[in-house]
Design a protein around this ligand. Structure first.
Ligand code: RET
Length: 272
């Protein structure tokens, strides 16, 4: 009987129903999902309320893009809360939890693929950048998230996990460069530097938190446990999504006309 009990304890949840139960047994973990679903919903309502009177097409494009960040977020966290996008994955030799089945929230990396481009569209539009640079950052963030997903799901070798991590980080640096160098200069010319610089700090500092958490959490060197890692990502999401959205929406609703970047880039007003 003792052996049977031990086997049951060591057996990681496998079916979606078992994972769902596991998540909701851990109140802290479950809350890290539920809080974000609620905040994303409130953020959407806030955007709708604040954006009612805005008629400028470019300002509306920015508002729609902010809304899509939260739309993706609700779906992302519903995927995690339901157990659909969580799996227990066996870590390769050399990993601190080698041979153990570790809870992996792979849905996060998957859904960042869809949410982060909208954040970059918002920032690029506010800086008054052009389609080429906005598309470049979108392509690189998709590449960053997909290779991050690959890092989390690779079980064959520890070296390969970290190699994916390195590739993903290189893609990340391309984005950081465009934000820090190109967009900073463009925002200066566009006259949106005040807002842009605040968003830039929240975004660049916030985004660096993700690979750091990945490295310290269960996917990496495993000094942080699953619930803490999950809360870490949830808090970073609150900063990089809802707080950024809130600042953008307040500004755009108050001064839709100052979000101009010249006719070439789709503005409704001539560049000054
Ligand atoms: C990973 C691991 C591999 C290396 C790097 C990463 C970066 C992730 C980032 C995520 C940002 C997510 C946001 C989500 C909001 O919805 C994939 C963790 C560099 C920067 C802003």
């Amino acid at each position: 009987l003792a052996t049977t009990t031990q086997q049951i304890v060591l057996q990681a949840p496998e079916t979606q129903a078992e994972i769902f139960e596991y998540v909701f047994d851990d109140t802290l973990l479950a809350l890290s999902f539920v809080v974000n679903i609620a905040l994303a919903g409130l953020t959407i309502l806030f955007i709708v309320a604040m954006g009612r009177g805005v008629t400028d097409p470019r300002a509306n494009l920015i508002l729609v893009a902010t809304m899509l960040i939260s739309v993706v977020s609700i779906s992302s966290y519903t995927g995690l809360a339901s157990g659909l996008t969580i799996s227990f994955i066996e870590m390769p030799a050399g990993h601190p939890r080698a041979g153990e089945e570790v809870l992996t929230m792979w849905g996060r990396y998957l859904t960042w693929t869809f949410s982060t481009p909208f954040i970059l569209i918002v920032l690029g539009l506010i800086a008054g950048s052009n389609l080429t640079k906005i598309m470049t950052t979108c392509a690189f963030t998709i590449a960053m998230c997909v290779t991050g997903l690959a890092a989390a799901l690779t079980t064959s070798s520890l070296v390969m996990r970290w190699w994916w991590f390195v590739i993903s980080s290189l893609f990340f640096l391309v984005i950081v460069y465009i934000i820090m160098v190109d967009w900073t200069a463009e925002a200066e010319k566009t006259g949106t530097a005040d807002l842009f610089n605040t968003l830039k700090i929240l975004t660049v500092v916030g985004w660096f938190g993700y690979p750091i958490l990945w490295g310290l959490g269960v996917e990496g060197i495993a000094v942080l446990d699953v619930a803490i890692t999950s809360w870490g990502y949830s808090v970073l999401d609150i900063i990089t999504k809802y707080i950024v959205t809130g600042l953008v929406v307040l500004y755009v609703a108050k001064e839709p006309e100052s979000i101009t970047a010249g006719l070439d880039y789709g503005s409704t007003r001539k560049a000054v």
